[in-house]
Design a protein around this ligand. Sequence first.
Ligand SMILES: [Mg+2]
Length: 148
Amino acid sequence: MHIIFDLDNTLSDEFGKAPRPGIQVYLQKWNDEGHRLSLWTSSTKRRAVTILNDHDLRKYFSTFIFREDYDPDHTGAVKDIRRIDGDILVDDDPEQINFINSIGKKGFLIKPYRPDGNVEPKELQELDKFIRRSSGPLRWLRFKRIKS
Ligand SMILES: [Mg+2]
């Protein structure tokens, strides 16, 4: 699957100060399972790359869409993941997720991560399950066969 991630409040807090607890372990897991991960953010390239580098998150992603690439005037444009052949969008913005569902793609609405707030430890597990369910059984059988 090609899974697209939002940055602010999804991978990190809104200031880019801290990554969501446990996210690196899962990003590595999904990479290892053969998923392709991309980043799509309404942040500027300059800001986003700084945050990704600060927390060593860049290595997990193969494609990067920044504000300049899809919404240069910052009008709140939707993330049309069909443009990069995406399957799933993970985002904390309900409007983005509603759009994704309206075009028949899969959206996972994640609770905004705030370092001073409550982190739901089960949430990344839920996302992992969502990805597995979306991948379908055939993909998993194939994966197991390659591994064994
Ligand atoms: Mg966000």
